[in-house]
Each structure stands twice: as C-alpha cells, then as structure tokens.
Write a protein that binds this ligand. Structure first.
Ligand code: SF4
Length: 313
C-alpha cells in the first residue's frame, strides 16, 4: 500500500484491510471485488490485484508460508528485485541489495551517477553500486538505514540535509556542489490527452447503471460507468437500449483525470431512464447500483466522485 502512497493516507486503509483479511489464507479465499473494494480510492489497483494473486499462490503452492528464495519471491506477481531484496533482507537478514526510489537517490548523489534511472545502462550501474555497498552482515540494518536516509535527509527538492548526513565525507555530489543535479530526471514529454463520454444512467428507483471493466487495461476489474467515444455513440446506444427522457440528458463539466502516461478528459452525461426500464443487459458485467448504498464495490477515484455528486442531487 505504501508504494507511491503516503503513510498518512495508507493507515486507515491498512487497518480496514487487516481487519477483513487477517491472514494469507483469508485473503486468498476472498473475492476479488471485496479486495478491490478495500483499495477503492488508493489508486494503482494493480497492487491490490497482485497482492490477492500472491496470497493465492502462497496459499496453494507454498502451504501458506512465504517463500525464502529470491527467485521464487521475484516470481510472485508485482514483486520486483528491490522489493524481493527488501523482504528477504529485512525479514531474514539475507544478503540482498535493494534499490528503491530512496536508495537510488542516495547512490546517485554519493557517486554522481549521470543519466535517468529508467534507462537500462543507468539502472545497471546503480544496481552494481547497490551490490558493492551491501555488507555481508547486518544487512537488515544497512538496507533500512539507506531507505531511511533517502526518506529523511537525502530527500527530493532543495531541503536536503547534508550537514546531518553520515555519508557527507564521501558524497561526491556534496563535494562538487551538485546535490540538486542528482538524481537526473526523466527527459520531459507532454502527456497526450484522451477523452471519453461516460453515462450516468439513473432510473426512478435511484439506481445507477454500472459496468465491470475487463481485468486488463486501466482500472482493470473495477466497477465504472458505461463509456463511449463520443456523444453520438452514447445517444445511439441509448436509442437502442432504453427508454429515456431526451430532455433529461444533461452534460456535466468535463473532469480531467491524469494517469502516468496520459490525461483522460471525462465528459459525464446524466440521463434519467424511464421505468419500467428496458435496458438489455448485454453481458453479466452490467448491474444497477443503489445510489448511497454501502456495498463495498471498488470504483476508480473519479467515478467514485461522480457517484457521490449524483447521490446528492
Ligand atoms: S551528503 Fe547530502 S547529498 Fe550526499 S548522501 Fe548525504 S544528504 Fe545526500
């Protein structure tokens, strides 16, 4: 949960999660919807799906015990080399290097590593430095200290606290007065903008038509709104699938949601659908959702916000 997310945000989510799934077996046996419901609002939902898949693998292939061989840990969904190294070094004091964002920043500065860490050659160089520096003993302390150093003193931005840093004597960036040059950032590019029209189809029972998204792609397996490329497509779909008040068709202001690789401009359109509703459910993935009901379904943050607004009017 802490990957890409701050501690203060995570705490209530973590507590609710641990109450519902106190051990690996119970997590493995939970329905994916329930797990995603506990993640709703945290973003980066692949983490929840991977955690759930991990629990299932550990439950079935490892008799409920976490593997202790690095290759087996790295084979688990969502666990890369650094996370595997952190787990095994911190839990078992195995000699494994780590290279999370904080450690990358410290090493980039101490050794003035040129280039962006997302490039293979730069990443290989940083891993080589991480390996060289990892001690044979007390690895857990060393790895934790490196992460803490990057989280507290050798931080991003201008408030780096070199005067308190235990590495100040050997730090090349500090000696060269180039602390702010490292780590070098990714070459900038402007994010493309995509757009989508989303239907807020409400019936007279104050229920909203929602659809489950396919497991892969953005917002995989979460619940969302029926989505269309254009207003024409939405109207065409409405004409073919339901009786609705044309005068009730109401376009809301566009809402921008930014993913790591593009902006999505969402045009929400509210439509009051007549009762008795005669929507033909084309597949099992469409359901009517009672507005204001607490039923633990997982929605992406912008969709959750739209539903909350709709529930008020
Ligand atoms: S001396 Fe400054 S730049 Fe170098 S590792 Fe320490 S805090 Fe980071």
């Amino acid at each position: 949960m802490l990957q890409q997310t701050q501690v203060a945000t995570v705490i209530p989510y973590f507590q609710r999660f641990m109450q519902s799934f106190p051990d690996v077996e119970q997590l493995a046996q939970a329905h994916e919807d329930e797990v995603l419901g506990h993640w709703s609002g945290l973003g980066y939902y692949a983490r929840a799906r991977n955690l759930h898949k991990c629990a299932k693998i550990i439950d079935t292939q490892y008799q409920g015990r976490f593997p202790v061989i690095i290759d087996e840990v790295m084979d688990l969904p969502g666990i890369g080399r650094s996370t595997a190294g952190a787990i095994l070094s911190l839990a078992l004091n195995q000699v494994q290097p780590i290279l999370d964002g904080n450690v990358k920043r410290v090493l980039s500065r101490v050794y003035c590593v040129e280039g962006w860490a997302g490039q293979t050659a730069v990443s290989q160089k940083l891993w080589a430095l991480a390996e060289e520096n990892t001690p044979d003993e007390t690895v857990a302390n060393y790895n934790q200290a490196m992460m803490d150093l990057g989280a507290t003193l050798c931080i991003r931005g201008k408030k780096v606290q070199c005067e308190l840093c235990p590495l100040q004597d050997i730090c090349q960036a500090r000696h060269a007065g180039l602390v702010n040059k490292f780590p070098m950032s990714k070459p900038r590019k402007t994010l493309p903008v995509k757009s989508a029209v989303m239907l807020l189809g409400r019936n007279q029972q104050q229920e909203l038509l929602i659809q489950k998204r396919p497991p892969s792609g953005i917002w995989g397996s979460l619940w969302s709104l029926p989505e269309f490329e254009s207003m024409e497509d939405l109207e065409h779909w409405l004409n073919n699938h339901c009786a609705y008040h044309e005068q009730s068709l109401q376009s809301w202001s566009v809402m921008r949601h930014t993913f790591s690789h593009y902006h999505l401009d969402i045009q929400p359109v509210l439509v009051e659908i007549n009762a008795p509703m005669n929507i033909v459910m084309e597949d099992q993935s469409s359901v009517w959702y009672k507005l204001g009901a607490e039923n633990g379904l997982g929605f992406p943050a912008p969709i959750k916000k739209l539903i909350e607004i709709l529930a008020q009017i």
